[in-house]
Design a protein around this ligand. Structure first.
Ligand SMILES: [Zn+2]
Length: 271
């Protein structure tokens, strides 16, 4: 009897082990899979792309229906929200280091970019960012900077000297245009794109480039590559950037006057 009981016990233990071991392995594999998925999703960054910001009364009087012109109070509300939620901001250099696996992403970080080089980058946006300890990047159109004086709505060469809060990089020298219903970037030859790059170098550091209208082709990407550009940005892809994105086709969210706070929150929390 004792032998039979002992044998039953051994069989029972063996059966238990056969059941328990696969369960343990499955749980372990599921946890590993969850960890990988979570880490990948969590390792994406929202790069927000703004344009012009004006005083509230100017918005009301001059740009009531212009989606690319945001009022100061709405812009401030967006920045205050980021701050309250615990977001920090990254500069281009920090974003580049993350892309090159040289910097880890904190849980909440966002990149703030401003296109076209409006004077508001210096007069309205930078002071608000400074209040919150934030940094931003403005992509300027070199030819507009060159022509700008005190009355211009665009930044002048003098304005670009202070880069403590706002840094200035390239939105090309004069490719922010259309020719025969074609994007200038598509219309011009590779030699002309190279010349444009060289002209912009006299205005800004060109390590980081935002394509005009977010539009690019293989010729402009090869010009950027030959000149050692670090990162280049599209626009309106409305998704976060990941390390698997090509360094010259990084996506940005479009944040404009019609972007509600809820939509902006959805951008920040998207996967
Ligand atoms: Zn632009």
């Amino acid at each position: 009897m004792t032998t039979i009981t002992a044998r039953k016990k051994i069989i029972k233990q063996y059966r238990n082990r056969r059941v328990i071991l696969p369960i343990i392995i499955s749980v372990y594999l599921l946890a590993a899979l969850f960890h990988i998925c979570f880490m990948q999703n969590n390792d994406k960054i929202a790069i927000l792309g703004f344009h012009n910001v004006v005083r509230d009364e100017v918005k009301r009087q001059e740009y009531p229906y212009n989606m690319w012109v945001e009022s100061e109070s709405v812009f401030r509300e967006r920045i205050a929200y980021l701050y309250e939620q615990g977001y920090t901001t990254w500069t281009m250099q920090e974003l580049y280091e993350w892309k090159c696996e040289k910097r880890k992403k904190p849980e909440k970080v966002v990149v703030l970019t401003f296109d076209d080089g409006y004077r508001s980058s210096k007069d309205i946006i930078a002071p608000i960012l400074k209040e919150y300890g934030y940094r931003g990047t403005t992509f300027v159109v070199g030819s507009l900077v060159k022509q700008a004086d005190e009355t211009s709505i665009y930044l002048s060469e003098e304005d670009l000297k202070d880069q403590e809060t706002m840094e200035y990089y390239s939105h090309t020298y004069q490719m922010h245009d259309h020719y025969n219903h074609e994007y200038a970037v598509d219309h011009f030859s590779k030699q002309q794109l190279q010349k444009d790059y060289e002209q912009q170098l006299s205005i800004t550091d060109c390590s980081y480039v935002a394509y005009p209208f977010g539009h690019y082709n293989t010729e402009i990407t090869s010009v950027l590559e030959e000149n050692g550009v670090k990162l280049a940005f599209g626009y309106h892809e409305n998704r976060k950037a990941s390390k698997t994105d090509h360094a010259y086709t990084l996506p940005r969210f479009s944040v404009n006057a019609y972007t509600t706070m809820d939509t902006m929150k959805a951008m920040l929390e998207s996967e």
